[in-house]
Unconditional design. Structure first.
Ligand code: ATP
Ligand SMILES: O=c1ccn([C@@H]2O[C@H](COP(=O)(O)O)[C@@H](O)[C@H]2O)c(=O)[nH]1
Length: 338
């Protein structure tokens, strides 16, 4: 008996549900914009599927007889219209809060240094991406010394040091020292690059040079003239090194370029290789070094030539003659006693 009543109740509920769905679908078809808004449909939702509460047209309602099951239990809002004003109030509060928030955001100054120009706050200037060089060219003079392998850079630097009191820093020597330094994490990399005439990643070489310059200046007697004048030999050999060094270490005053034919350089290097003990003074390494020089280092010389910062010296004559020429050109460029 109880089970049969239960089944009846479910049947009624199901009928009710299909009627309601049919009404909603019909409304949506004729007025699609109602579709997403569920609330209006609820307005007619009452315990009685008949919109007219007095009507008795529902076959399952009205004069109940003992054969008819009792009406289904009313939904929770039975006998009451669903109250919409609380929703309206909630929506109004939420909208108000949203508008307020939007206005406040518009009035906030843009985040400093964000690059945004919107907002009414005072913006800080955008940060400069250019770092300040470690040494100012007002206090420190840097001359780059370039030329092919064996052109005689080291030979001429030694003479300038003894006559004019420059500090000579050879990038190759610094790399070889780093390669031999116990515990160096770059030892193997440097060794491999030198043997193959390849360029060591610029970060390593630029840092070694900066450290050497700082150490020279730090340990020099007060007022020492040579401590602040550097001949940077065999560097920069690649454009990225040139740009990086001038950006973070010190802008160079000029480039001293020793120009020498390959055949002469090869002859000198093969001769030097008899006693130098250098891993790259052999025919195979020399060939690779020449190639790197032409492809990677000459563009650096050309870059500085375009800027009018190159002093070119013919490096074929004897060391004495090359030196005479070098001095004369430096005097012209930098002045007597440079
Ligand atoms: N003008 C010259 N005439 C003849 N031999 C020279 C001359 N200048 C230098 N040399 C000799 O050539 C060899 C290479 O010279 P140096 O070491 O000065 O060249 P480098 O350009 O510094 O070479 P690297 O780039 O390999 O370090 C040395 O043995 C040196 O004595
Ligand atoms: O800036 C540099 C300078 C040098 N190297 C490497 O060292 C060797 C030897 O240089 P030398 O000037 O002839 O002593 C060179 O062939 C390069 O492999 C470098 O990587 N970066």
């Amino acid at each position: 008996m109880a089970a049969s009543m239960h089944r009846q109740t479910w049947r009624q509920l199901m009928r009710l549900h299909s009627q309601r769905t049919a009404t909603l679908t019909a409304t949506a078809r004729t007025c699609p914009r109602f579709l997403p808004v569920a609330a209006p449909a609820r307005r007619s939702y009452s315990s009685n599927p008949n919109p007219n509460p007095n009507s008795n047209s529902n076959p399952n309602s009205g004069s109940s007889s003992s054969s008819n099951p009792p009406p289904p239990p009313p939904p929770r809002n039975s006998g009451q219209e669903v109250k919409f004003w609380p929703f309206a109030v909630l929506i109004a509060i939420a909208s108000g809060a949203y508008v307020l928030l939007t206005r406040t955001r518009q009035e906030m100054p843009a985040r400093p240094n964000s690059g945004a120009s919107g907002g009414r706050g005072q913006l800080l200037p955008p940060p400069s991406n250019k770092p300040t060089p470690a040494f100012s060219p007002r206090d420190v003079t840097v001359l780059f010394v370039l030329g092919g392998p064996g052109a005689g850079k080291g030979t001429q630097c030694a003479r300038l040091v003894s006559e004019y009191g420059f500090t000579h820093l050879s990038a190759g020597d610094l790399l070889r020292a780093e390669q031999e330094r116990p515990g160096s994490e770059f030892g193997a990399l440097i060794k491999d690059c030198i043997k193959n005439g390849a360029i060591v990643p610029m970060e390593v070489t630029v840092q070694l040079l900066e450290n050497a310059m700082a150490e020279t200046i730090r340990s020099a007697p007060k007022g020492s003239k040579s401590a602040a004048r550097f001949l940077i030999d065999g560097f920069p050999r690649k454009m990225d090194q040139a740009l990086k060094f001038e950006e973070v270490v010190c802008p160079a005053k000029l480039v001293l370029f020793f120009d020498c034919p390959e055949a002469e350089m090869e002859r000198r290097l093969m001769e030097r290789g008899k006693t130098s003990g250098r891993a790259d003074d052999n025919a195979e390494s020399i060939r690779k070094r020449f190639r790197t020089f032409v492809e990677t280092s000459m563009p650096v010389v050309e870059h500085y030539e375009k800027e009018g910062r190159v002093i070119k010296v013919d490096a074929t004559p004897t060391p004495d003659d090359v030196y005479k020429d070098t001095k004369g050109k430096l005097v012209k460029f930098l002045g007597e006693g440079f």
